[in-house]
Design a protein around this ligand. Sequence first.
Ligand code: NAD
Ligand code: MG
Length: 386
Amino acid sequence: MIDPRSLTILGATGSVGSSTLDLVRRNRDSFRIVALTANCQAVELAALAREFSAELAVVADESCLPALRDALSGSGIAAAGGEAALIEAAARPADLTIAAIVGCAGLAPTMSAIERGGTVALANKEALVSAGAVMTAAVARNAATLLPVDSEHNAIFQCLAGNRLSDVARITLTASGGPFRDWSRARLEQATPAQAVRHPNWDMGAKISVDSATMMNKGLELIEAHYLFPVGHERLAIIVHPQSVVHSMVEFRDGSTLAQLGPSDMRVPIASALAWPQRMAGPCAPLDLAAIGELTFRAPDEALFPATRLAREAVIAGGSAPAVLNAANEVAVAAFLAGHIPFTRIAAYVAEVLGRNVLPEPRDLAAVLAVDEAARADARALMELA
Ligand code: NAD
Ligand code: MG
């Protein structure tokens, strides 16, 4: 058993949140739940808060607070709602905060956990992509700890243990290639939201599933890696690996390459973050390499999937470019899911918004949020969305 620890989960009702709670359920004696949050799923959130005897449940959307209060009545569990309540929940002492909200909406609460000097297990890559140096500076200033939950970054984190960043020759992020990896351009143009959210290897929320289909997920992850492991963008590479068994690799200057392998189940990297620096028992079937048979690798096709190139350009451009890219992508993905724009226009709109919004480097959280808001407004105007 690992040393017991207290836990807050931001985004408890989502895919990462549910996988986290599944691990907690299997290891009840190791964890005490401080706060659980959701956007609006009041009934679901209340059920989780009761099951795990949380101290506090928070809905980000204040209009859902009456339903949450109702569902929690008689439980003794505190209920709260709205953006300020979410930030306050993240500021409550907890040994570990799981940042698993989707999108830049998770930025302010994640920063709140960082500012109290907490240990933050970060799944919410958009928050780091948008805030970049503002977040990493806050981590350093507050002696906080960021544990990567994204499977690739968790793999890299594990491969780097005991090594110096200065000895790294190259970090290679693996990509499944998503559900459309073998599709033609003509077929891509007709791709529907239902097809895009059906990932061959991973079971995830809708937004990240679309990002995986466009390869923007790997683009965001390239930016995420740039901030988590500052080795220089020229040392960051992407390779398509359809089996999703090798979760990423680190090559050192002496010619050694370390890789982390595991089943394509988010409970593996989440367990690594939950138990860090210890290890806990995981629920997944052991990796059966003989049954898998072959691990294959190929270069990404950036002509067909330009998102990774856009992300690299945003890293090189610096300033507000990563935040603009993320905001434009969030608007474009939502527009695609709502049936307003075709699949292949997602990256095209992101490129266009990036070209139109060259803003200075944000220096603090408020500046990042202002860039995010401006880029979203521009993206909406460009896509002629209401
Ligand atoms: P999801 O859509 O399944 O869940 C998102 C959670 O955030 C839910 O609890 C939802 O209620 C909450 N939420 C949504 N909008 C909100 C808002 N405006 N304010 C406050 N809370 C809000 O998403 P997910 O797939 O679990 O992904 C969560 C994060 O983890 C994303 O950043 C994603 O890129 C990252 N991630 C996910 C996976 C995966 O396998 N799902 C893997 C790696 C990284
Ligand atoms: Mg990932």
